[in-house]
Ligand binder design. Structure first.
Ligand code: UD1
Ligand code: CA
Length: 453
């Protein structure tokens, strides 16, 4: 089988400078879902028909093992298939729309299986939409045989009763594809409609049937921003349901957003408004509190991420607690049982097991050992205006509050740094470093000031 993906339309209803099929659902462009689906059923050949003026689409597709075909002008879906004809090499052709990304592999396989079993010449994947829509309508005769497909804008009043819609997915024998040459221009739209192939085939006594094998949550076509948002919601619901089946608790499934490539361990609890993006994996027994956003993270078992915390491209090891209001920036590893508290920012740093930075700190380009205590208000001064420098804090160090560590600098094992210090030099093992100005008390000063007034 060959798969042809029709993706050369202009997508004008999106009102966007970005080509429609490059709009994303979660982290992935719409077209990527369709290509992955096509590849998942192992066809001989995947052909994507695109618009020659949309260079971005061509560039985007260059990373895929697909055959790109240009449709000289966007003159309709039949004209798009016509552009792909010279590339067809198999006896059967599956046609997918580039803007219909949520079809399940199982549905497609069933559709193909029925086609083979019934020895059809052309099958249509149909459905019954529940909302107002712009899909083509499948019309059947008194005996229930498929007659033709009519676009909603061309429907006669008496045909409006029917509700079976065309998903834009067709499976047909290679020879029937030639019939696109006989399709006439639609007078109203000035386009050549692939859907007209149905009426032509019926007229030539080919075996045709439409199968409503799925709901709109799989077959939604994305033409508008509203449909993009609906598709995202459908996919979200599907993903959240799958994780619930696998043992994850969601307090409010309708408010969380989880990308398709995320994985979550059993007994993890996810509070409302959590956003999990990219290649993120969450361990077992974790708690993700409200408004947490994680992107490309590895979160091990028994981790708690508290409210309003953002973590990107980082790892949090077993039993650690992060947040509320923490910002963990890329290339950070938070060790086992660490505690990173409110208003702590960590960037490109390694925090050793059992260490704590419980409040108000910035740790950038730092290597922190085990069981280190970082006091409130501690800052690694990692940037000198030109370059970034490293701070090394070895095991069991205690950094007093409001300390500035001017990098590059090393604090050796077991040392103490007095609160309010500015550390510019290496601190030896087990030493106390203190750099603040000694305190001076002037007796009676405040009283005298008050009396002067
Ligand atoms: C199309 C079907 C409609 C069906 C719906 C399902 C036609 C005439 N109508 O309508 O019956 O219910 O899909 O979602 O086929 N394309 C090209 N070249 C073109 C025009 C379109 O490659 O010249 C591509 C588009 O990029 C898109 C697909 O074909 O991926 C469908 O085109 P679109 O304009 O979205 O058709 P619909 O109005 O949605
Ligand atoms: Ca469409």
């Amino acid at each position: 089988m060959d798969v042809v993906i029709l993706a050369a339309g202009l997508g004008t209803r999106m009102k966007s400078s970005l080509p429609k099929i490059l709009h994303k659902i979660f982290d992935k462009p719409i077209i990527e879902y369709v290509i992955e689906l096509a590849k998942s059923i192992n066809p001989k050949n995947v052909i994507v028909v695109i618009n020659p003026n949309l260079k971005e689409v061509e560039d985007y597709l260059s990373k895929y093992d697909v055959k790109v075909v240009f449709q000289s002008e966007p003159k309709g879906t039949a004209h798009a298939l016509l552009s792909a004809l010279p590339e067809l090499i198999s006896s059967k052709v599956l046609i997918l729309n580039g803007d219909t990304p949520l079809i399940r592999k199982e549905t497609l396989l069933r559709f193909c299986e029925i086609f083979d079993k019934n020895n059809h010449d052309l099958s249509i994947l149909s459905f019954y939409p529940k909302r107002e829509h712009s899909y083509g309508r499948i019309l059947r005769d008194e005996k229930g045989k498929v007659k033709k497909i009519v676009e909603i804008t061309d429907l006669m009043e008496e045909d409006k009763k029917g509700e079976e819609a065309n998903s834009g997915v067709y499976l047909l024998k290679r020879e029937l594809c030639e019939l696109v040459r006989d399709i006439k221009e639609n007078p109203r739209k000035g386009e050549f409609y692939l859907t007209d192939i149905v009426e032509i085939s019926v007229g030539r006594h080919y075996q045709i049937e439409a199968y409503p094998l799925a709901e709109e949550d799989e077959l939604i076509g994305i033409n508008t921003r509203a449909e993009l948002s609906l598709a995202t919601k459908y996919l979200r619901d599907r993903i959240v349901n799958e994780w619930m089946i696998k043992g994850v608790t969601f307090y409010d499934p309708s408010s969380v957003w989880i990308s398709p490539s995320v994985t979550i361990g059993e007994d993890t609890i996810i509070y409302p408004q959590v956003y999990l993006e990219g290649e993120t994996s969450i361990g077992k027994n974790c708690k993700l509190y409200p408004s947490v956003r994680l992107k490309n993270c590895i979160i091990e078992d028994n981790v708690e991420i508290k409210d309003c915390t953002v973590i990107e491209n980082s790892q949090v090891n077993k039993g650690a607690k992060v947040g509320p209001f923490a910002h963990i920036r890329p290339e950070t590893t938070i060790g086992r049982d660490c505690r990173i508290g409110n208003f702590v920012e960590v960037k490109k740093s390694v925090i050793g097991d059992g260490s704590k930075a419980a409040h108000l700190a910035y740790l950038g380009d730092a290597i922190v050992g085990k069981n280190v205590n970082i006091g409130a208000g501690t800052i690694t001064c990692n940037y000198d205006g030109k370059k970034k420098h490293q701070t090394v804090i070895e095991d069991n160090v205690f950094i007093g509050s409001d300390t500035q560590l001017v990098a590059p600098v090393i604090i050796h094992k077991g040392a103490y740094v007095g609160a309010g210090s500015t550390i510019t030099k290496e601190v030896p093992e087990d030493a106390l470093a203190i750099s603040r100005t000694p305190q001076k008390n002037i007796e009676g000063w405040a009283k005298r000031k008050r009396e002067k007034k």
